[in-house]
Design a protein around this ligand. Structure first.
Ligand code: DC
Length: 218
């Protein structure tokens, strides 16, 4: 297996941006594990499979024609990168992510990334379940208000107080579900380095992760 940097953290903590930039800087592959749960939800919906039917969903995703190419997520060779970001798919993904058999079905797919090349992987259980042998484990944190503000800015809604409150509420709800889920909850493993991104820039976060990697690989 190739080296792995595992980056876990809550919703809107900057995981995706930080992990993909670290991967770019090192010339490694990038695994967005959240995208796998999202694409599974989309695939189940396309095939009319009931999300609460654990057996059928897990069987379906075991043979899912998904690929990650040039920064695109493809399903059946169609670019679904934007489709999977829809709120409706996010909600379905979080239900799918609570099904143990589905998590099991996606495990090998995720581990295969590190069979082909070094990888930076981001998600909720990268360090605890998928890559327990990762060379570097990072747990990202950020104040919920700051995360909500970032999300609101992304959506162009930063000056709308009512929308901001809604986004904050959604983030807190998602945090609760992620930390309290029975299977593979979001957890900081003991050996993980904690990085609080509340008051630092993306560039500073990327630099810190690479610095830590240079230290641990010695
Ligand atoms: O990070 P995201 O919002 O794209 O994740 C989509 C959903 O998948 C979210 O509800 C959390 C879940 N997820 C998970 O359970 N385990 C992972 N490794 C990654 C995401």
């Amino acid at each position: 297996m190739y080296p792995v940097i595992a980056i876990d953290g809550p919703s809107a903590s900057g995981k995706g941006t930080i992990a993909s930039r670290v991967a770019n800087a090192l010339g490694w592959a990038y695994l967005d594990s959240g995208a796998l749960y999202r694409v599974s939800a989309l695939y189940a919906k396309q095939n009319g499979v009931d999300i609460s039917d654990e057996k059928s969903v897990s069987q379906l995703v075991r043979n899912m024609p998904v690929s990650f190419l040039d920064g695109q997520v493809r399903l059946n060779n169609q670019d679904v990168s934007l489709d999977i970001r829809r709120e409706e798919i996010g909600m379905l993904a979080s239900r799918i992510a609570a099904l143990p058999e589905v998590r099991q079905a996606l495990l090998q797919l995720q581990r295969d990334f590190a069979v082909k090349s070094p990888v930076v992987a981001d998600g909720r259980d990268m360090a605890s379940v998928v890559f327990p042998e990762a060379q570097l484990k990072v747990f990202l944190q950020a104040d919920a208000h700051i995360r909500a503000l970032r999300r609101a800015k992304q959506l162009g809604l930063a000056s709308d107080e009512e929308q901001f409150e809604k986004i904050l509420h959604d983030i807190e709800k998602r945090d609760y579900a992620d930390y309290n889920r029975a299977v593979s909850p979001l957890v900081k493993v003991e050996s993980a380095y904690t990085l609080d991104t509340s008051n630092i820039t993306i560039e500073e976060a990327v630099k810190k992760v690479i610095e830590w990697y240079q230290q641990v690989k010695k």
